[in-house]
Design a protein around this ligand. Structure first.
Ligand code: UGA
Length: 433
C-alpha cells in the first residue's frame, strides 16, 4: 500500500521504517527541511535498536523515502498517517496544535477515499475533530479519519512493532477499518490479535494502557517502601503476586519513579480528560503526585546518607529515563541531580549514551569518562538507570574509587549480601537496608 507518514519524529520514523519493512511504499514527511535532508543522507536523529538496518535496507530499494513536499507526498496515497508530537499543554492536556496544523496543511492535497489515521496520542474525540477540520478545508467528505495507536517502547520499538501484542484499529466506518486491516495484514496473518473498535475507544485504549502500566509501577514503588520497613524483599513479593496471570510479572520493578516521554505526559493527559469530561480519575491523579514525590523523596534519602559531610560529592550513574536509550525526558536524574545540587552537593555523572542530551539540562554537573571515574573521591554512588554495564561493575574497584563506600542503588542491580562483603553500605529499593 502507499502510505505517507506526517511527522518524522520517533514514532513516525519507527512506524514508517517498519511499514516499509512489511513491504509497503512509505514516504515520511516533515516540515523540518534540515531533518529531511539529513534523513535522505542516512543521518538518523536518534538511537533505536535495529532501526538503522531497516532504514538503510528499505531506503536502498526506495520503499522508504523522505520528503518535505507535502502536496506530492500526500496526493494519491492509500493512507496518510499522522505521527506529530502532542506535547503537554498548560493544564496537563495533550496539546493538539500540531495535529490540527498538520490536518489543515495536508487536507487540500488529500485524494478521494484516502484513509487518514492518527498515530499520535490524542484526546478522545480527536479523530472526529480532525475529520471536521479536513472537511472544512476540502468541502467534501470523500475521506475517512481513523485511529491507530502505537504501543512502542523506546529501546525495543522495532520488535514491538514487528511482533506486537495486539493491533488496535479504531474506525467509525467499515471500509476505512478494512483499509487499515490490509495495512497490517502481514502481521495479522502471523496471528497478532486485532482489536477493531470505534475511534473514541481506540484513543482511550492508548491512554488507559499507559495509565494502567504506570499504576503498576507506582503501586510497586509503594509496596517496595513497605518491604523496606518490614525486612521484606520486593522481588519475592513481585514474583508472588505476579505469577497470578490476572496481575502478571511485568512492570513490577521498583525504581526512582517512572519517566520518559510517555507515562508522565499521558497520565496527566488522562487525568485531564477525566476532569474535562466530568469522569474524574482520582487513582491517576494520586499516581501523578506520588511519582513526583518518589523522585523528591529519593533525593531526600540520598541527602540523609551524606548529612554532615561538608563539600559532599555524589557520583550519579545514569541520566537516561531507562536503559538502552539516550532519551532523558522526565528522567529521574533531571529532578534528583538539581535537588542534590541545591543542597550544595557536587555531582559527577556518567551515562553511556545520554550524557550529550543531559549535559545542557544539568549545566552544574561534571561528566565522567566512565563509572569508576565518576566514583573517584565521591561520598556516595547513586545509580538511577539500569544499564547492563552498571550491573557488571567491579565492586572492589568501586570501593577503591569512592571516598566513602556508600552505594544508593535505585535499580537493585547488586546482591546486598555481596555488597556487604565488600564493605559497602548498600541501600537498594524494596529490600532491607
Ligand atoms: C511506554 C510504554 O511501555 C509503551 O507501551 C508505550 O507505547 C510508550 O510508553 C508510548 O506511549 O509511546 P516507554 O516510555 O518507552 O514506553 O518506556 P517503558 O519501558 O514503559 O518505561 C517507562 C518508565 O517506567 C521508565 O522510567 C522505567 O524505568 C519505568 N519502569 C518500568 C519502572 O520503574 N519499573 C518497571 O517495572 C517498568
Amino acid at each position: 500500500m502507499r502510505v505517507t507518514i506526517i511527522g518524522a519524529g520517533y514514532v513516525g520514523l519507527t512506524t514508517g521504517a517498519c511499514l516499509s519493512e512489511l513491504g509497503h511504499d512509505v514516504i515520511c514527511v516533515d516540515i523540518d527541511k534540515e531533518r529531511i535532508a539529513r534523513l535522505k543522507a542516512g543521518v538518523f536523529p536518534f538511537r533505536e535498536a535495529g532501526l538503522d538496518e531497516i532504514m538503510i535496507r528499505n531506503m536502498a530499494c526506495r520503499r522508504l523515502r523522505f520528503s518535505d513536499h507535502l502536496a506530492s507526498a500526500v496526493r494519491g496515497r492509500d493512507i496518510v498517517m499522522v505521527a506529530v508530537g502532542t506535547p503537554k499543554g498548560v493544564r496537563g492536556e495533550a496539546d493538539l496544535a500540531f495535529v490540527r496544523q498538520a490536518a489543515q496543511s495536508f487536507a487540500p492535497f488529500l485524494s478521494p477515499r484516502t484513509v487518514v489515521t492518527l498515530k499520535s496520542t490524542v484526546a478522545v474525540g480527536t479523530a472526529r475533530e480532525v475529520r471536521e477540520i479536513i472537511a472544512e478545508e476540502r468541502g467534501a467528505l470523500d475521506f475517512w479519519v481513523t485511529s491507530n495507536p502505537e504501543f512502542l517502547r523506546e529501546g525495543s520499538a522495532v520488535s514491538d512493532f514487528l511482533t506486537p501484542d495486539r493491533i488496535v484499529i479504531g474506525a467509525d466506518d467499515r471500509d476505512a477499518g478494512e483499509r487499515l486491516i490490509k495495512l497490517y495484514r502481514p502481521l495479522l496473518d502471523r496471528g497478532v490479535p486485532l482489536v477493531e473498535t470505534g475511534t473514541a475507544d481506540a484513543e482511550l485504549i492508548k491512554y488507559a494502557a499507559n495509565a494502567f502500566l504506570a499504576l503498576k509501577i507506582g503501586f510497586t514503588n509503594d509496596v517496595a517502601d513497605l518491604c523496606e520497613v518490614t525486612e521484606g524483599d520486593i522481588n519475592s513479593v513481585a514474583k508472588g503476586i505476579g505469577l497470578d496471570p490476572r496481575i502478571g510479572t511485568a512492570f513490577l520493578k521498583p525504581g526512582p519513579g517512572y519517566g520518559g516521554s510517555c507515562f508522565p505526559k499521558d497520565t496527566e493527559a488522562f487525568a485531564w480528560i477525566g476532569r474535562a469530561l466530568n469522569a474524574p480519575q482520582p487513582l491517576i491523579e494520586a499516581l501523578i503526585a506520588r511519582n513526583d514525590y518518589r523522585k523528591r523523596h529519593i533525593a531526600e534519602r540520598v541527602l540523609k546518607e551524606i548529612a554532615g559531610i561538608s563539600g559532599a560529592q555524589v557520583a550519579v550513574l545514569g541520566a537516561a529515563f531507562k536503559a538502552n536509550t539516550d532519551d532523558v525526558r522526565e528522567s529521574a536524574a533531571l529532578q534528583i541531580v538539581p535537588a542534590l545540587q541545591k543542597a550544595n552537593v557536587g555531582v559527577k555523572m556518567f551515562d553511556p549514551w545520554a550524557s550529550g542530551n543531559a549535559a545542557p539540562l544539568l549545566p552544574s554537573a561534571t561528566w565522567a569518562e566512565d563509572p569508576y571515574d565518576a566514583a573517584q573521591g565521591a561520598d556516595l554512588l547513586l545509580i538511577l538507570t539500569e544499564w547492563e554495564m552498571f550491573r557488571s561493575l567491579d565492586p572492589a574497584r568501586l570501593a577503591e574509587a569512592l571516598r566513602r563506600p556508600v552505594v544508593f542503588d535505585c535499580r537493585n542491580l547488586f546482591d546486598p549480601e555481596q555488597m556487604a562483603l565488600y564493605g559497602f553500605r548498600y541501600v537498594s529499593l524494596g529490600r532491607a537496608n
